[in-house]
Design a protein around this ligand. Structure first.
Ligand SMILES: [Zn+2]
Ligand SMILES: [Zn+2]
Length: 377
């Protein structure tokens, strides 16, 4: 008779390799880092190797494993893809194939039993506990048919362990050697950096589902927080990310701390990344107002009033957008370009912008209720 995992939801097999690694690396770092500092001091090489390689390997996870492989939020040059796979392996978070299987499952089944790091099972479980157990065979390589066909991804998956050891420990030791300090490379660029990189990513599964606000969708636990954005190279705007997963950005405003977005944008200037996907501003606004409306209705604001205001904002935004598009089209077409018509359109755009701003201000006046303030009608 075949063993039925489904009938025994409490049954889980321990993943001994993961368990030993996840306990061994912080323990090793806690022993060897102070020991190294005691004997050799803490020089600039150690700081550069730690911070530099932290950024390299963590951003190969955020820009590579996460936003490129898991969400396909942009396309990139094969050389960039190769570097993502090499430096992503240095983070010791599994192959891109395995990582994306887990991550796509997380997005599809967030906060349910099928979510591999379901936050409802506790902070520690979502942070690191889930990695101590073997994946259920039914999820093996599911959700990643596109990646399973990719020979470069398959190659990294097949040789993951040797690649991870060479890139995770060999490479920083070699760079340390070139800088005149191989030991600093091994301890700070290798061991301590692996622990920091791991827990920076793990925080996205735990803290980003616990701390912060939910401006786009309150029905799931993912949250937006600047603290998380700083700790995880821009991955802290997690409520937005769960709502618009195929957007290459996590922080949508220019001032949002999102180094991963800036890296992808910077590479696009040189043609290394292209086809960057971003959600339509109208859709982002709609999601934000939908979430606001649900919260305001709970505070007793009549649904009809909110729906009328929301429609006014959406219509004003649409008119503004359409006029801007008309203007652009007319300017492009030099043959039938008419200076007078362009001027009229410009004036119409200004009026439409003003109307949108007024409608939005009215909405924001009601949002004051959410902060415990009276609405300004
Ligand atoms: Zn999440
Ligand atoms: Zn994601």
């Amino acid at each position: 008779m075949q063993f039925d995992y489904e009938s025994l939801p409490w049954y889980r097999k321990i993943h001994w390799v993961n368990a030993l690694f996840l306990i061994g690396t912080p323990l090793g770092a806690a022993i060897f880092t102070p020991l190294y500092i005691h004997h050799h001091g803490f020089g600039w090489q150690a700081a550069v190797l730690f911070l530099g390689y932290c950024s390299f390997s963590s951003m190969s996870i955020t820009a590579g494993y996460h936003r490129y492989f898991a969400h396909r939020s942009y396309d990139c040059h094969p050389a960039v893809k190769f570097l993502y796979l090499m430096f992503g392996a240095a983070a010791f978070q599994g192959s891109a194939l395995q990582w994306c299987t887990d991550h796509r499952r997380h997005h599809s089944f967030v906060d349910t039993d099928k979510d591999p790091h379901n936050i409802r099972e506790g902070f520690i479980y979502a942070h690191v506990g889930w990695l101590f157990f073997k994946e259920h065979p039914r999820y093996h390589n599911r959700y990643v048919p596109d990646l399973a066909k990719d020979p470069m991804v398959q190659w990294q998956h097949k040789y993951f362990v040797p690649i991870a050891i060479v890139m995770g420990f060999g490479f920083p030791t070699f760079v340390g050697f070139l800088m005149g300090n191989a030991g600093a490379g091994l301890v700070f660029g290798g061991l301590l950096r692996v622990v920091a990189t791991n827990h920076s990513t793990f925080l996205i599964n735990s803290l980003a589902h616990t701390l912060g606000t939910r401006p786009y969708n309150e029905s799931q636990t993912a949250r937006d927080s600047v603290v998380m954005a700083v700790l995880a190279y821009g991955e802290g705007y997690h409520n937005f990310h769960h709502q618009f997963a195929s957007d290459y950005r996590n922080g949508i405003r220019w001032y949002h701390w999102d180094p991963t977005k800036w890296l992808i944008r910077l590479m696009s200037l040189f043609g290394f990344t292209y086809g960057l996907k971003s959600a339509a501003p109208s859709e982002i606004l709609k999601a934000k107002m939908r979430a606001d409306q649900l919260r305001l209705e709970k505070q007793g604001v009549p649904s009809e009033r909110l729906t009328a205001m929301k429609t006014r904002v959406e219509e004003a935004q649409q008119r503004w957008r359409e006029l801007k598009e008309d203007y652009r089209r007319l300017r492009r077409n030099v043959q039938i370009q008419s200076q007078e018509k362009l001027l009229h359109l410009k004036a119409d755009i200004r009026v439409a912008k003003l109307e949108f701003k007024m409608a939005w201000r009215q909405w924001c006046a009601y949002r004051r209720i959410l902060r415990g303030l009276p609405a300004i009608a």
